[in-house]
Write a protein that binds this ligand. Structure first.
Ligand code: NAD
Length: 355
């Protein structure tokens, strides 16, 4: 029986990357029936929304999706499809492995981090009050002079429920994947209630795993410095939404940048695999960008589907092509204008040949 998987090509460079990732996944021999659905900026005229209901219905049915990046206009227009998808399917955990593959140009060699980011609340809850709105004025009045009168306001909710769920997820992930340590990251010295709650709950959860997985805490600013100075000391990191977003990109940078960093958004009833990078619209249709991140999403997806041998082969083939350094895209070459760089399709061909 083939595995049924929802496929969201996305927009910008999404469709060309997703097409190549599908080829690489299929080349492992695992039988997959793709259910392709449309989302993103390119379909607003057709459906009146960037996230048609059919997308959610399909993922609810298949429970697994592979997704290309989707453009979010800054400041105006629709809110992020990515955020909406996570909220509607309650994909509360964002898992981003950041592992160094030999051949990639980086100052760091010994990095094998997994960033676990809470995905449903914090400053991403979308509770915002514009400058001059009645709500903003009321909150400013309540703040007794702590907020300037000409402020717009975003609310940062951190709940016990979501904090407990994400920290437990991080510890379970550590146990299942043979990881030794979980580091909780926040700024509890300043945000004593919200981030203080996150650390308190994390400590409570950690107590249940004592003797199995180590636990420690870091303040977010110090964590950023430590990751730049000695990333090899860290293993699984668990963070509230916004810190998690920023630290995932930092960690991706340690191992060679956005082109090689996969991710998964995980809930109790569905999983959506997507790269950390966005739609890189300036490269749309140029067969230029790196397919590795989406192919590594395919590796995570195959593991999730139970096809561990195929996942291992696809990861090894990708690592071998990167290590050889010949058939790789511009971002993996010594200089960005290296004439020997190959395109998205040709790098995928090389990976498939290695399989
Ligand atoms: P981006 O990740 O699209 O691109 C930034 C730069 O990183 C690119 O110009 C390119 O130089 C490099 N890059 C990205 N992906 C690459 C790849 N596969 N290979 C080689 N180089 C790559 O970030 P952005 O420009 O900030 O965002 C563009 C759009 O994507 C925005 O609308 C943003 O909201 C959206 N976005 C979507 C997602 C998602 O769908 N999950 C994630 C992040 C950003």
């Amino acid at each position: 029986m083939p595995h049924r998987v929802t496929l969201i090509p996305g927009d910008g460079t999404g469709p060309e990357l997703v097409a190549q990732a599908c080829r690489a996944i299929e080349a492992t021999g695992v039988s997959i029936e793709w259910e392709t659905v449309e989302a993103g900026a390119d379909v607003v005229d057709k459906y009146g929304t960037p996230l048609p209901d059919g997308v959610i219905e399909s993922i609810e049915r298949t429970r697994v999706a592979l997704k290309g990046p989707v453009t979010t206009p800054i400041g105006t227009g629709f809110r992020s499809v990515n955020v909406a998808l996570r909220q509607r399917l309650n994909l509360y955990a964002c898992v981003r492995p950041c592992k160094y593959y030999p051949g990639i140009r980086s100052f760091y060699r010994d990095v094998d981090l997994v960033v676990v980011r809470e995905n449903t609340e914090d400053l991403y809850a979308g509770v915002e009050f514009d400058l001059g709105s009645g709500e903003a004025r009321r909150i400013i009045a309540m703040s007794e002079g702590k907020i300037r009168p000409d402020s717009a306001i975003s609310i940062k909710p951190i709940s016990e429920t979501a904090s407990r769920r994400i920290v437990k997820f991080a510890f379970d992930f550590a146990v299942e994947n043979g990881r030794r340590k979980v580091t909780a990251v926040a700024k509890a010295n300043i945000m004593k209630f919200t981030d203080g709650l996150f650390f308190r709950v994390a400590r409570e959860v950690a107590a249940d795993y004592a003797g199995k997985v180590e636990y420690e805490e870091r303040l977010i600013d110090n964590m950023c410095m430590q990751l730049v100075q000695k990333p090899e000391l860290y293993d699984v990191l668990v963070l509230p939404n916004l810190y998690g977003d920023i630290v995932s990109d930092l960690a991706a940078g340690l191992v060679g940048g956005l082109g090689v960093a996969p991710g998964a958004n995980i809930g109790d009833s569905a999983v959506v695999f997507e790269a950390i990078h966005g739609s890189a619209p300036k490269y749309k249709g140029l067969n230029k960008v790196n397919p590795t991140a989406l192919i590594l999403c395919g590796v995570l997806m195959l593991r999730h589907l139970g096809a561990t041998d195929a996942a291992q082969r696809l990861e090894s083939a990708t690592a071998a092509v990167i290590a050889e350094g010949k058939h790789v895209t511009y971002d993996l070459k010594p200089t960005r204008d290296d004439p020997t760089a190959v395109g998205t399709r040709e790098m995928t061909d090389a990976i498939i040949a290695r399989l």
